[in-house]
Ligand binder design. Structure first.
Ligand code: NAP
Length: 311
C-alpha cells in the first residue's frame, strides 16, 4: 500500500522532469569550457524554465562549487520560479550532524538563496552512521533552511534507517536519488523502487540518459570524449539495437527523439528523471520528454531490449 504523500514533499511528486547541473563548471568528467560555456548553460537553464522544467539539481561538489554558483547567478537573472535541490557530501572529516547545517549554509551562500527546496545526502559513505546524517537533515529542516530533505545512492536498508529516524521528528524523507536508466535497472530489480513507492519517497533518476549514451549520438566509432569514452567502450558496441528501438518507438509518437523516449521510459516507471543539459537545444529536447506517455507494450519492449544488453 502506498503511503500518503505529505504536503511538504508533494511538489516533487507533481513534477515529471527536472534538470541536472553537474556539468555546469565541471572540467574533470564533462570538459566544461570545451565546446560549451556559461552562455550555453545559462540558455539551458532559461529554456528549461520556459518549457516548464523548474527543478534544478546541483551539489556542493559539482565543479568544486561552480555549479551552485552558476545556478544562483541564473536564478537571480530570471523572474521565473525555480526550485533548487542540492547535496551534502560526507567528506571523511565531517563526522557530526552539525556538519550538515554548516555545509548547507555554504551552499546557500554560493546559491545566493536563504533556503533550498530539497537538501540531500549525496552518498551514505561509512563509517559515519546513516542516523548521524539523518539527524543533520532534521536540523536543517528545523532551521528552515530547506523545504524538504532526501538522500542519494542509499540502498533499501540505508533508506529505511534514514526514513525511520526522520519519522521520529515527523519529517518525511522526500526522495532517494539513484542512478536509473535503460542500461542500469538495479533499483527496479532489487526492490528499492517498489519500497520507495510504498513509503511515498520520490525516486529521482540520475544519469537518465546514461551520461549521453541513450541519445544515440555515440557509437564505438564516435565515443564520448575523455573519461566517459574510456569507461563506456564495452557497452557502446551493444547499443545499436536499443537505439534502433528507441528511434522506432519515437516515430510512433510524432517523431520523438531516442533521448526523449529513454527519458519517458523512466517517467513511466514512476521516477523523476533529471537529465543534464549543456545548452538550450539539449534542454528543450529533454523537456519534450514529458507531457505524453509510452504505451505499456512499448515500455515492455524497451525492458526486453535493455535486458538483452545487461545479459
Ligand atoms: N546523486 C548522484 O550521485 C549523481 C550522480 C550523477 C548525476 N547526478 C545528477 O543527475 C544529473 C544528470 O545525470 P548526468 O549529467 O550524469 O547524465 P545524463 O543526464 O544521463 O546525461 C547528460 C549528458 O548527456 C548529453 N545530453 C543531454 N541531453 C542531450 C540531448 N538532448 N541531446 C544530446 N545530448 C544530450 C550531454 O553531454 P554531451 O553533450 O557531452 O554528450 C549531457 O551533459 C546530473 O547533472 C546530476 O544533477 C547525480
Amino acid at each position: 500500500m502506498a503511503e500518503q504523500i505529505p504536503d511538504e514533499v508533494r511538489f516533487l511528486h507533481e513534477m515529471e522532469i527536472g534538470l541536472g547541473a553537474w556539468a555546469w563548471g565541471d572540467r574533470m568528467l564533462w570538459n566544461y569550457g570545451q565546446g560549451y560555456g556559461e552562455e550555453d548553460i545559462a540558455a539551458a537553464f532559461q529554456t528549461s524554465l520556459e518549457a516548464g522544467v523548474h527543478l534544478i539539481d546541483t551539489a556542493e561538489v559539482y565543479g568544486g562549487g561552480r555549479s551552485e554558483r552558476y545556478v544562483g547567478k541564473f536564478i537571480k537573472a530570471t523572474s521565473r520560479p525555480a526550485q533548487v535541490a542540492t547535496k551534502f557530501f560526507p567528506f571523511p572529516w565531517r563526522m557530526r550532524p552539525r556538519a550538515v547545517k554548516r555545509a548547507l549554509h555554504r551552499s546557500l551562500e554560493r546559491l545566493g538563496l536563504e533556503k533550498v527546496d530539497l537538501y540531500q545526502i549525496h552518498w551514505p559513505f561509512p563509517p559515519v552512521p546513516i542516523e548521524t546524517w539523518a539527524e543533520g537533515l532534521a536540523e536543517v529542516v528545523r532551521a528552515g533552511l530547506t523545504r524538504a530533505v532526501g538522500v542519494s545512492n542509499y540502498d533499501k536498508n540505508q533508506m529505511q534507517r534514514a526514513y525511520t529516524l526522520l519519522a521520529r521528528y515527523e519529517i518525511p524523507l522526500a526522495s532517494n536519488q539513484v542512478e536509473y536508466h535503460l542500461l542500469k535497472r538495479d533499483v527496479e530489480k532489487n526492490g528499492l523502487l517498489a519500497r520507495c513507492k510504498e513509503l511515498g519517497v520520490r525516486v529521482i533518476a540520475y544519469s537518465p540518459l546514461a551520461k549521453g549514451l541513450l541519445t544515440g549520438k555515440y557509437s564505438p566509432e564516435n565515443p564520448p570524449p575523455g573519461v566517459r569514452g574510456r569507461s563506456f567502450a564495452g557497452v557502446l558496441a551493444q547499443l545499436p539495437d536499443l537505439i534502433g528501438l528507441l528511434t522506432e518507438i519515437g516515430q510512433e509518437h510524432d517523431g520523438k527523439m531516442p533521448n526523449q523516449v529513454a527519458l519517458n521510459w523512466t517517467i513511466c516507471k514512476g521516477t523523476l528523471p533529471i537529465p543534464g543539459a549543456k545548452n538550450a537545444d539539449q534542454a528543450a529536447q529533454n523537456a519534450g520528454a514529458g507531457g505524453w506517455r509510452l504505451t505499456p507494450a512499448q515500455v515492455k519492449a524497451l525492458d526486453e531490449a535493455s535486458d538483452r544488453i545487461a545479459a
